[in-house]
Design a protein around this ligand. Structure first.
Ligand SMILES: C[S@@+](CC[C@H](N)C(=O)[O-])C[C@H]1O[C@@H](n2cnc3c(N)ncnc32)[C@H](O)[C@@H]1O
Length: 217
């Protein structure tokens, strides 16, 4: 895929869509204590968090950033299942971050912090860059694969890991998007597949990549 190539546009690629989504979720939290959606949870259960925190056995991990963290649900699970010292969630929606901070306070989270940022901003550097569903939204808006790759590489320490989960791309498409960059494929999750209309495939794909300069990170 060319650097400036993009997928088709959709409402889910607009900030306005996510702002109204999180405004509703904040109102739901206030009304009923509902903390909101953990995207793809119905498809992947706790497979992803167990794979990331336990099975992959990633080395020298100090910290992780979750790009487009939404309500922070995934980071709270990572906090529960990993010893990693610093877990940071960023999202470009103020209401998503306000919601995540409110849930963190309720949970008594000690190692998770949240702030408003666009994934294209300079967000610091981390041992793990995690993305679940944000690449999908980004590519449905004005984002390009080249800009996304540049953002991830800026946020990764040398030797660090990108773990990305998509419902719009297959494993081989995700691998293609990063081919020729400084990221090498480490592993992917073999989620159960479904057959439909003569085609077989998984509804969600997760791939882990490692930055190919394995110095201290
Ligand atoms: C499908 S939701 C996934 C939320 C969360 N990662 C999860 O798995 O529950 C996509 C998220 O990406 C955020 N987002 C989209 N584009 C972004 C960007 N350029 N920078 C930061 N966040 C973004 C949206 O606000 C939304 O929270």
């Amino acid at each position: 895929m060319d650097d400036d190539e993009k997928l088709s546009r959709s409402e889910l690629g607009t900030k306005a869509y996510w702002e109204s989504h999180y405004e509703r979720e904040r109102a739901n939290l206030a009304d009923s204590g509902d903390t909101g959606v953990d995207w793809f949870a119905e498809n992947i259960g706790d497979t992803l968090v167990a794979w990331l925190c336990e099975e992959l056995a990633l080395e020298n991990v100090k910290d992780m950033i979750d790009l487009g963290c939404g309500n922070g649900a995934f980071l709270f699970e990572v906090e529960r299942r990993s010893p990693w010292e610093r877990l940071v969630g960023v999202d470009y929606c103020d209401d998503a971050i306000a919601l995540a901070k409110a849930v963190a306070e309720e949970n008594g989270s000690q190692r998770v912090t949240f702030r408003v940022a666009n994934l294209e901003d300079d967000v610091g550097s981390f041992s793990i860059v995690h993305d679940k569903g944000t690449f999908d939204a980004y590519m449905l808006g004005t984002g390009t694969i080249g800009d996304y790759r540049a953002a991830v590489l800026r946020a990764l320490r040398p030797g660090g890991y990108l773990v990305i989960t998509s419902c719009n791309s297959t494993v081989s498409e995700l691998v293609d998007y990063f081919r020729g960059s400084d990221l090498a494929v480490l592993a992917h999750i073999p989620y159960p597949t479904i057959a439909f209309g003569g085609h077989t495939g998984a509804t969600v794909a997760t791939v882990a990549f490692q930055h190919n300069q394995p110095t201290a990170h």
